[in-house]
Write a protein that binds this ligand. Structure first.
Ligand SMILES: [Fe+2]
Length: 199
């Protein structure tokens, strides 16, 4: 199988009260799982079957929308889970701080811009911090798109599809984003991705 559904890296209730077990059960076990099932069915017999997921994403982009959409959503979600942890948020590690200052001006501006990207993404999509040409930048993408297709390496993402927040926050997407940044971000994972991206 090309695409796999990894379990969450924490218990379903581990992110409460900021993200409920009910949200994680629906988001991981229904939404994320459906992208895996649908993606594997769509990949059968295509040139991308059996390739690493990043190659499926970049290879199918612009060529096969159903394969791209499902594979990218599998990857986006698998990464999103890893960027969260219980007792997250708080102080940004030194290496990340330095990269945010160099790329965006300050940590505060980077986090404000990231939140604003998520708030202003019209409809479904994702907000990102990603490294391109050695610099961190903020971006937002619609639907399943991600920075990989623009030659950038993500170091943090926030899912702003309604299914990410509607159970816990109803229509209050800005509150969800603010809470993720303030209370759930796994900065150690961000730092590890940044180190990989900078080589
Ligand atoms: Fe999602």
């Amino acid at each position: 199988m090309s695409l796999v559904l990894d379990p969450l890296p924490y218990a379903y209730d581990a992110l409460q009260p900021y993200m409920s077990a009910e949200t994680l059960e629906f988001h991981h076990d229904k939404h994320h799982a459906a992208y895996v099932t649908n993606g594997n069915n769509l990949l059968k017999g295509t040139e991308w079957e059996g390739l690493p997921i990043e190659q499926i994403i970049t290879g199918s982009h612009g060529k096969n929308a159903p394969v791209f959409n499902n594979a990218a959503q599998v990857w986006n979600h698998a990464e999103f889970w890893k960027y969260l942890k219980p007792n997250g948020g708080g102080k940004v590690p030194g290496k990340v701080e330095k990269a945010l200052i160099e790329g965006i001006g300050s940590v505060e501006k980077a986090l404000e811009d990231l939140a604003q990207a998520g708030v202003t993404q019209f409809g479904s999509g994702w907000a990102w911090l990603a490294v391109k040409d050695g610099k961190v930048a903020v971006s937002k993408t619609p639907n399943a798109e991600n920075p990989l297709i623009h030659g950038a390496t993500p170091i943090l993402t926030i899912d702003v599809w309604e299914h990410a927040y509607y159970i816990d926050y109803r229509n209050r997407r800005p509150d969800f984003i603010k809470t993720v940044i303030g209370n759930l971000v796994n900065w150690e994972y961000v730092e590890a991705q940044l180190e990989k991206a900078l080589g």
